[in-house]
Design a protein around this ligand. Structure first.
Ligand SMILES: CCCCCCCCCC/C=C\CCCCCCCC(=O)SCCNC(=O)CCNC(=O)[C@H](O)C(C)(C)COP(=O)(O)OP(=O)(O)OC[C@H]1O[C@@H](n2cnc3c(N)ncnc32)[C@H](O)[C@@H]1OP(=O)(O)O
Ligand SMILES: Cc1cc2nc3c(=O)[nH]c(=O)nc-3n(C[C@H](O)[C@H](O)[C@H](O)COP(=O)(O)OP(=O)(O)OC[C@H]3O[C@@H](n4cnc5c(N)ncnc54)[C@H](O)[C@@H]3O)c2cc1C
Length: 646
């Protein structure tokens, strides 16, 4: 064990184990997660580092791993969805699996959209992995759902739908598992009796069940990408492909071609809401991994000098702390927001299953906004962690390049982040309702008292100084008032309408304000949920250290967005000048607990897969060993010497 890291652990002021329990949701859950993590000792999962493999080898390795996972899940009797998720995230490490989409999109779509008869047919096939599925929605030319071109035309004479990609731009593009899957959920515009009824989901067989040869359908892999090398993102061109009427999910077409409206057309989009909710938790996980690597490495890396003494640990540099500790605070904040998002998703989708759709718009708005907010923040955070590790952060051995490459598409898939932030129509609507005197419920209820607060952009000098910057509840209150930026967005729309612009143009001309409002709303939610969590934590040592992190999260956010807080008169200039001073004090308070705080995330070394983030801190000898495994070192003299240099 590296002596620096031993010393760090001795300095901790709280019980790491107890904090792990809080993150997991209780000691029983930690125990179970650790039992599941023992699978890492299984020699069947001993794999070569994918960084040393070609794309084709990586794909093959991923398929093998996916198949092994299925067999082992059966062998170990793991069937609870949360436990399957835990098992997979342990085995998957920092990469994706080839059957990922089958689990996260195909199966959930079947579960939520099959009627009884369809469930009876498709669920046994899909859960036994005879049917391997993908989710084909995006097209070469479109992702905006109303603009999708693929058609499904009902033919009552044969009781079939005819699926067609009429143009190049309508070719399905991106669906994972282009080579792996034999079925797809295809999203297409439904036509029956000559009328278009919008987007619906259909199950389409793509490949022969025994030979895996494609049916008369053009299907394949779209080629190498920024990351996602394990995943065969695919293309799919359908040329008048016929499928039985029974393959339309939720069966909205009667045998005579009559269309039966669903309770809400948006239920077809349910799987996206599910994944967006999951991505909030994934952001927390990846931020926590990145911080673990960068903070452990910063504790064992010595460089330069502060005083004329031996080289200090780089974690002692104030600037290093300023780079990493706000991200550490973010990892904790997002962990609690992830827990909230999961609970909210299951609560509201439970109501939806019972026929109560009243909270669907809020679920959509919250999941879209938090997905965008947390993935954007995490994406930039991983890169800060990588840079903070200097040159060794650039090596794939650090895992940080892989974490970045694998995570960055979360900002794009399941709804591009700007587009997701623009799903703030709900915010503006809520604002208008509150202004009209309606009492809002839930997370939007803070808009109820906006009129009394009169939060508007007028001179700070005309306002009382509301905020004690050392008081978390005051900080939550100022974030809440900043979230009233939605008022500016609503006003911008109003002004555009007064200039006789159409509603659509007024919306587009106010889009920057709308995204800002959405961002401020999400930021408020994160600060509030983090603060609320503190009241549940009885252990005084843990409460203290998490309160310090929550304060840092809140103040750092204000420092980054100082213009908003000043403009709205929520803070005075002298208070604003106090914030960097307080932030520096908080960095000093966090410093002795930094390693213990990342230890509490409890990532086994095999899951982190990072030479820099090793628990024992023995970085240098292992870096050397890792480099020696590079395929370029397989021979002492590379063949290129004989071919070109000699
Ligand atoms: C603790 C650790 C946890 C770890 C968990 C790990 C789990 C692993 C996670 C997964 C990881 C890896 C796997 C990765 C696999 C990659 C998957 C990628 C898959 C995809 O990308 S699939 C394709 C996704 N595509 C999109 O998301 C498209 C985005 N676009 C849209 O959604 C829509 O076009 C739109 C922008 C929302 C607009 O829709 P539409 O044209 O219908 O819009 P309207 O303007 O007409 O809106 C009408 C109305 O409907 C409301 N609305 C829109 N969407 C929804 C919805 N989903 N639900 C409810 N309501 C919705 C909208 O607000 C309007 O309301 P209004 O009329 O104004 O009241
Ligand atoms: C790794 C990966 C895996 C994927 N897996 C799948 C899958 O399994 N199945 C599937 O169906 N799809 C999948 N996708 C596709 C993914 O869902 C889309 O890429 C995503 O929805 C974004 O759409 P787009 O690529 O068309 O971007 P575009 O919508 O073309 O975005 C380009 C730019 O235009 C801007 N823009 C677009 N619309 C607006 C607007 N209304 N207002 C303001 N700005 C706008 C965006 O902000 C962005 O800056 C995957 C994508 C990736 C990268």
């Amino acid at each position: 064990m590296n002596p620096d890291i031993v010393k760090e652990r001795q300095n901790a002021s709280f019980d790491v184990q107890k904090l792990t329990y809080i993150l997991d949701g209780g000691p029983e859950k930690t125990k179970r997660r650790r039992e599941i993590s023992l699978v890492l000792n299984d020699p069947d999962f001993d794999e070569e580092d994918p960084n040393f493999l070609s794309r084709s080898e990586r794909y093959e390795q991923a398929v093998r791993k996916s198949a092994q996972m299925i067999l082992k899940l059966r062998e170990y009797g793991i069937s609870d969805p949360a436990e399957i998720n835990c098992y997979k995230s342990v085995v998957r490490g920092n990469f994706h699996e080839s059957l990922g989409l089958h689990y996260v999109m195909f199966l959930p779509t079947l579960y939520s959209q099959c009627d009884q008869e369809q469930s009876k047919k498709w669920l046994p096939l899909a859960t036994s992995f005879e049917v391997l599925g993908t989710y084909a929605q995006t097209e070469l030319g479109h992702t905006h759902l109303r603009g999708l071109e693929t058609t499904a035309t009902f033919d009552p004479t044969t009781q079939e739908f005819v699926l067609n990609s009429p143009t190049v731009t309508s070719i399905k593009w991106w669906p994972g598992a282009g080579k792996t899957s034999n079925h797809a959920v295809v999203l297409a515009q439904l036509y029956t009796r000559g009328k278009c009824h919008g987007l619906h989901a259909f199950i389409v067989q793509l490949r022969h069940m025994d030979t895996h040869e494609p049916l008369p359908i053009l299907v394949g892999d779209i080629g190498p990408k920024f990351g996602f090398s394990e995943v065969d993102n695919g293309f799919l061109k359908l040329d008048h492909v016929r499928i039985p009427r029974e393959n339309m999910l939720m069966k909205h077409v009667e045998p005579d071609g009559r269309y039966v409206k669903p309770a809400s057309a948006k239920l077809t989009y349910g799987t996206m809401v599910f994944i967006r909710s999951l991505l909030v938790g994934l952001s927390a996980l990846v931020m926590a991994k990145s911080c673990t690597i960068a903070i452990r490495y910063s504790a064992v890396r010595h460089q330069s000098e502060i005083r004329s003494e031996p080289e200090p640990q780089i974690l002692d540099y104030q600037t290093q702390q300023y780079k990493l500790f706000p991200l550490l605070a973010t990892a904790y904040a997002f962990s609690f927001v992830g827990q909230y998002m999961t609970e909210t998703y299951y609560r509201i989708s439970g109501d939806i299953n019972q026929g109560d759709l009243s909270e669907l718009p809020e679920l959509h708005a919250v999941s879209a906004g938090l997905k965008a907010f947390t993935t954007w923040t995490t994406n930039t955070g991983i890169e800060v962690c990588r840079m903070s590790c200097g040159g060794h952060g650039y090596s794939r051995s650090s895992a940080l390049p892989d974490l970045y490459a694998e995570f960055t598409p979360t900002c794009t898939y399941e709804g591009e982040n700007t587009v997701m932030m623009l799903q703030t129509a709900y915010l503006v609507k809520s604002y208008r309702q509150a202004k009209a005197g309606e009492q809002l419920r839930g997370i939007m209820s803070y808009l109820n008292d906006m009129e009394q607060r009169h939060v508007r952009a007028h001179p700070a000098s005309a306002r009382p100084a509301l905020v004690d910057i050392n008081d978390l509840s005051d900080l939550v209150e100022s974030y809440k008032l900043r979230a009233a930026l939605v008022e500016s967005a609503a006003k911008s729309i109003q002004q555009e309408l007064q200039k006789r612009r159409s509603h659509e143009d007024a919306w587009n001309n106010s889009a920057i304000d709308l995204v800002k409002a959405s961002d401020a709303h999400c930021h408020y939610m994160v600060v509030k949920l983090f603060t609320d969590k503190l009241s549940e934590i009885g252990d005084p040592d843990i409460n203290l250290v998490l309160t310090t992190l929550a304060q840092l999260y809140a103040l750092h956010g204000i420092a980054l967005n100082s213009g908003d807080f000043l403009q709205a008169g929520l803070l005075t200039v002298p208070q604003m000048q106090q914030i960097p001073v307080r932030i520096k004090e908080l960095l000093c308070l966090i410093r002795p607990n930094a390693v213990a705080l990342v230890d509490a995330f409890d990532f086994p070394d095999k899951v982190l897969s990072s030479v820099l983030g090793r628990y024992d801190g023995n970085v240098y000898e292992n870096l050397f060993e890792w480099a020696r495994r590079s395929p370029l070192n397989a021979t002492e003299v590379h063949e290129s010497f004989h071919k070109y240099l000699k």
